[in-house]
Design a protein around this ligand. Structure first.
Ligand SMILES: *[C@@H]1O[C@H](CO)[C@@H](O)[C@H](O)[C@H]1NC(C)=O
Ligand SMILES: *[C@@H]1O[C@H](CO)[C@@H](O)[C@H](O)[C@H]1NC(C)=O
Length: 272
């Protein structure tokens, strides 16, 4: 019996989330200073630069953000913004226009601003990422039934769930990892992963941890549970046989619950 049985997850959506709360991290690797001068222009036209600031911004889903598009053009003939995000207010002053973008929910959006100067148009691009670090990652105390431990990890209030990977480790080594990329919901989600681990006598006392990793195109956000300890093993062939049926039943129930919640979620969405 390949004791590695299952997993399973279910998603509950939560319509509300803390605005402006929790951890925001800056985009790491790709960040440069706020725009440098554009490449040298053709000799025939006046040199000018366009920059957008900030170039990278990570916000909680649903937040709004301001982007400032400025240029060195003494007399701009026009400026514009291209984005799929919803526009809010606009402010402007000499050489700059500041645009508000509302209700950012796409996990990643490119925003382009353009300025036309002496008949030439130049642009600059910013990237906005919406994400929410899990509010909590909780590994329940393992339940030992017969020869298997049931490990259950709850990851709450996370976004975007499609970029989430949940991993279980025993004594530091990965024992199971599940990517949730098939879930494309655009709301905060609660995810529960349940895993049946075949018990070995040497596991007693080993620490087990659960890790949630959001990998957003270069921005990696990690959260981990507190460690729990595997309880002592009571070994007998009879309890072993009993265990596999109860594990199978347990797993079945969780899957049903998951499917119901998902259906409820989808019907709520279609009504919305
Ligand atoms: C998600 O988990 C949090 C914390 O346990 C809970 O307060 C919230 O109600 C859950 N949301 C849903 C939709 O189950
Ligand atoms: C936009 O940027 C320009 C140039 O850096 C600056 O002078 C102006 O104050 C900024 N506007 C806002 C609203 O931040």
């Amino acid at each position: 019996m390949g004791s590695l049985l299952l997993l399973l997850l279910l998603l509950l959506l939560s319509p509300s989330y803390p605005r402006g709360g929790s951890a925001r991290r800056r985009w790491g690797a790709r960040t440069q200073g706020p725009g440098g001068p554009s490449p040298a222009p053709p000799e025939t036209s006046a040199p000018f630069w366009v920059r957008i600031s900030p170039e990278f911004k990570a916000v909680p889903p649903g937040a709004s953000v301001w982007l400032n598009c400025s240029s060195s053009c003494p007399r701009p003939e026009g400026s514009s913004l291209r984005t799929e995000l919803r526009r809010g207010d606009t402010l402007s002053g000499p050489g700059w226009v500041s645009y508000q973008l509302l209700d950012v929910r796409a996990w990643s959006s490119d925003v382009h601003c353009f300025v036309t100067c002496a008949g030439e148009t130049r642009g600059a691009t910013a990237r906005i990422t919406a994400y929410k670090q899990p509010r909590s990652v909780i590994l329940e105390p393992p339940v030992l039934m017969g020869s298997e431990y049931t490990l259950r990890c709850h990851v709450t209030h996370v976004f975007p769930v499609g970029f989430l990977v949940v991993t279980l480790r025993r004594g530091g080594r990965v024992i199971y990892s599940e990517s949730l990329e098939r879930f494309t919901g655009r709301d905060l989600a609660n995810v529960t992963l349940t895993y049946a681990l075949r018990a070995r006598p040497s596991d007693f006392g080993q620490p087990v941890t659960c890790h949630a990793r959001l990998n957003l195109d270069g921005l990696v956000v990690l959260s981990s549970s507190a460690p729990v300890t595997l309880p002592v093993l009571a070994w007998s062939p009879a309890s072993k046989a009993l265990a596999s049926t109860s594990i199978a039943a347990l797993v079945g129930i969780l899957l049903v619950v998951g499917a119901l919640c998902l259906r409820k979620y989808l019907s709520m969405k279609s009504r919305a």
